[in-house]
Design a protein around this ligand. Sequence first.
Ligand SMILES: Cc1cc2nc3c(=O)[nH]c(=O)nc-3n(C[C@H](O)[C@H](O)[C@H](O)COP(=O)(O)OP(=O)(O)OC[C@H]3O[C@@H](n4cnc5c(N)ncnc54)[C@H](O)[C@@H]3O)c2cc1C
Length: 486
Amino acid sequence: MALVMTPAQQRLLADLSGRLSERAIVTDPAEIAPWETDWRGRYHGSTPILFQPASTAEVATIVAAAVRERVALTPQGGNTSMVGGATPPPDGSAVILSLRRMNRVRSIDAEARLAVAEAGVILADLHAAAAAQARRFPLTLGARGSATIGGLVSTNAGGTQVLRFGTMRGLVAGLEAVLPDGSVHDGLAALKKDNRGYDLKQLLIGAEGTLGIVTAATLRLVPAIRERAVAWAGVANPADALMLLRRFEAKTQAIESFELLPDDSLIAVLAHVPDTRAPIATAQPWHVLIEAVATKPDDEPPMALLERLLGEALVAGLVRDATAATSEAQAEAFWRIRDSISDAERATGPAAQHDISVPVAAMPRFMIEAAAACDARFPGTHASGFGHLGDGNVHFHVRAPESVEAARWYVDEAPAVTRFVHDLVVAAGGSISAEHDIGQMKLAELERLSSPARLAALRAIKTAFDPHGLFNPGKLVALAPSAPSE
Ligand SMILES: Cc1cc2nc3c(=O)[nH]c(=O)nc-3n(C[C@H](O)[C@H](O)[C@H](O)COP(=O)(O)OP(=O)(O)OC[C@H]3O[C@@H](n4cnc5c(N)ncnc54)[C@H](O)[C@@H]3O)c2cc1C
């Protein structure tokens, strides 16, 4: 059923009709519907209008008109947010501003190792465009077939190569954005040095669309991979895993990924994901997935490198069993296990999921102690973490007791579990959002756990950019949106 538009939304529509390219305005509820619910199906929003501009100029026109009419905007890319970040509010007060039609890779300079991509370019398409020029954009994640550059910038996305290349903050060399007054900030030039005070680019990265609309980004590329090797190793505990990583890092710069998972995650994958096999024959309490690469002709072949390093670690007693993938298909099979953990755990039953970070050196102890504390505090639950150990970031999941009713558990029990986990994280000096943002899911927890000074600074920045609270209301910063003009 079509939503009734507010008078301000009606005026906005009348103002913009005829001023934008064909297909830039969508009011058909059936066409809008798929974009009103988040990827995980937890948040359901509602909007009478979806704008899908085709150019920066069109974004600026829409933003200026929306601000004039005090109509709130929910920016959206691929809608793969894990925290309901791109879902409009349920009351229909905001309209969706989708950047998906701005999907041009404007340029690739292979020599300078830079690509300029519009906000709607899908990550996998950028990977392909860079590969065609023997270059690589070194950030990847499970949602690469849908997530867009604008979304990745706005969430400061991470993924499995942060260990070597950092998050989006380190990969964005320049940014073009439409600011809340409708002006275009042209900061695409990739300046290595720029000391003109506050860095607008860094303010917009990770801002979750609350400070303006990203329309394009200049992104750093690296040489394409010539060869890779993927290995699987069993270790006794997270502390040994981190020691193993430190040993590797002392000897080579070729390690791109180092992912840790507990045996119960592997067991869940083997039980619920078809065509998966345990990489090593022996049962081990913890596992690491390691990828090493060669990008230059004189780099040590990564297979030989991993075999040598793992052999030494076996002798030193840090590794209990290990194998290296002997084909690309086997390497993909190892990665498939890692990428399927969330799906497998979903099939296992309800779980409270937390994307958290603590200082890297503190993570092994945190994983063990926090899991034990959770299990003791919430009898019948089972807590464990997996993920990016070398980044001090794990996905810390607490599975509900067997045979609970999922909907009831999520409402009655999971919030207390989450508060408990977040309290432990804060006590360990960590962050309740490592790479999945705040969105609407963690808004109350951010308020609860941040210092007054931090919250005041966030609000001051938000208000300075967006005094009327029109950009992605209800996400990241808790500000009451200003009343619509009518
Ligand atoms: C299977 C799966 C695996 C994932 N793995 C990872 C992972 O390993 N690491 C990780 O960091 N994330 C991961 N994510 C989360 C998600 O993919 C990222 O947050 C991604 O960056 C979102 O991109 P998107 O285009 O889908 O943005 P959306 O979900 O559409 O939007 C995300 C946020 O950015 C804002 N936004 C979107 N486009 C713009 C724009 N042009 N200007 C201003 N604001 C904008 C939205 O309002 C929203 O707040 C995963 C998600 C899934 C579904």
